[in-house]
Design a binder for this molecule. Structure first.
Ligand code: COA
Length: 373
């Protein structure tokens, strides 16, 4: 065998340049277009951050107004999309519904093959607006409830809660949710974003790339982890049982969901902010047990294995306390990450070369076919 070094999982491989975000694991920091994610989360609406990611600069007041209006005008789903969603099995995972619905939206758009920056930006705003409507539609049809149409008088986050629950929660809940969307928006060349770039690199269209991104994000090693964290917390059941549960999981060499990260080895830059807001949710809803349990799990994992929690760890229980079904957590991640994906798709298109790595062949040596009769 030749002496080849294989970077399994592309670990440590730099495949391209980007000017969208920078992950700095040594100083536990993350910036979007140069701005610290913690500052953006505390001070900016999610829609403002979407504008920043797609336009490289924060919007002026009038630019933001125009952007908000565009988003509001794109929220409704066409009947072909709602019919397609209604035809799906009610047990289908929300991510499967989302993947299918985005595919239908793409097949209905006459501009699908137009990947010019202006048209791609417009498609991205349309998906930003429609993804929450798809998730809420799916939630209400699964529950057998009347569908609630999007409301242009409400902002992005208020409208989502209203479409799901026919109610707008108190502002602390809206803020915690908005913070989670800002923190989830973008994270350089993670698996789903890289998937969207690979698809775009073939000069395929934005919708196809986003559909691929949804597929990649669904997996529990990536976005699906926020759902698994909540299943885990429910399985553990109480803070008293948390330490023993974690020690047993470590002993059994189990991958504990919501822990570890390919890039961050000293802690995830987004976790302190999200934990702060998850704790606020625990106070508001009087469900401190989830955070007590989380604290013990994190402490035990750190002491035993020196592995830190990632963003999915506090986001999972935060969404649960906001009243979302566990299977809605990863779709909510999509609601946010569409911003990062679309920014990367546009960046890939602006400086493209097809992504085509090599593999080292480890199969049979060349051999003759046996006699065929
Ligand atoms: N639970 C237990 N051990 C973990 C772990 C976890 N969640 N994450 C990493 N480790 C261990 C690995 O087993 C490995 O130990 P070893 O050297 O004894 O084999 C070591 O830490 C290094 O991890 P590595 O396998 O190099 O991680 P990776 O970069 O290949 O994978 C993740 C990164 C995120 C996929 C991985 O940490 C994971 O599966 N986490 C759980 C899922 C999750 O929360 N995903 C969301 C990510 S934002």
């Amino acid at each position: 065998m030749q002496n080849v070094e294989i970077k399994k999982g592309l670990d440590g491989v730099i495949v391209d340049e980007t000017s969208i975000s920078k992950v700095m694991p040594d100083i536990n920091s993350l910036v979007y277009r140069g701005y610290k994610v913690q500052d953006l989360a505390e001070n900016c609406s999610f829609v403002k951050v979407a504008y920043l990611l797609w336009n490289n600069e924060l919007p002026s007041t009038s630019e933001l107004k125009e952007f908000n209006n565009k988003e509001k005008n794109y929220r409704s789903l066409s009947s072909s999309v709602t019919k397609s969603i209604s035809s799906l099995n009610k047990n289908a995972h929300y991510m499967d519904t989302l993947r299918t619905a985005i595919s239908i939206i793409g097949s209905n758009d006459e501009r699908t093959w137009d990947s010019s920056p202006e048209v791609n930006l417009d498609k991205a705003i349309s998906l930003l607006a429609k993804i929450p409507t798809i998730i809420a539609y799916d939630y209400r049809r699964k529950k057998g409830l009347d569908i609630i149409e999007p409301d242009k008088n409400l902002d992005f986050v208020e409208n989502f809660f209203n479409m799901c629950f026919n109610k707008i929660p108190e502002k602390e809940v809206l803020k915690a949710f908005e913070v989670s969307l800002v923190l989830y928006a973008e994270h350089s060349f993670n698996a789903s974003t890289f998937t969207t770039r690979v698809i775009s690199s073939t000069l395929s269209d934005l919708y196809s790339a986003v559909v691929g991104g949804v597929g990649a994000l669904k997996g529990p090693l990536h976005g699906g982890a926020n759902e698994q964290v909540m299943h885990m917390l429910k399985e553990i059941g109480s803070a008293e049982k948390a330490k023993t549960w974690m020690l047993n999981a470590i002993k059994a060499k189990k991958k504990v969901m919501g822990f570890g990260h390919r890039v961050y080895r000293k802690g995830d830059s987004r976790v302190p902010t999200m934990t702060k807001y998850a704790k606020k949710m625990a106070d508001i809803t009087n469900q401190k047990n989830w955070m007590d349990m989380s604290d013990i799990l994190a402490k035990t994992m750190l002491e035993e294995k020196n592995i830190h929690p990632n963003l999915d760890f506090p986001a999972g229980p935060a969404y649960f306390m906001m009243g979302f079904e566990i299977e809605m957590f990863t779709p909510i991640f999509v609601m946010s990450r569409i911003t990062g994906w679309a920014a990367h798709i546009m960046e890939q298109n602006s400086s493209n070369r097809i992504i085509r790595p090599l593999s080292h062949y480890a199969g049979s040596e060349a051999r003759e076919l046996p006699q065929m009769h």
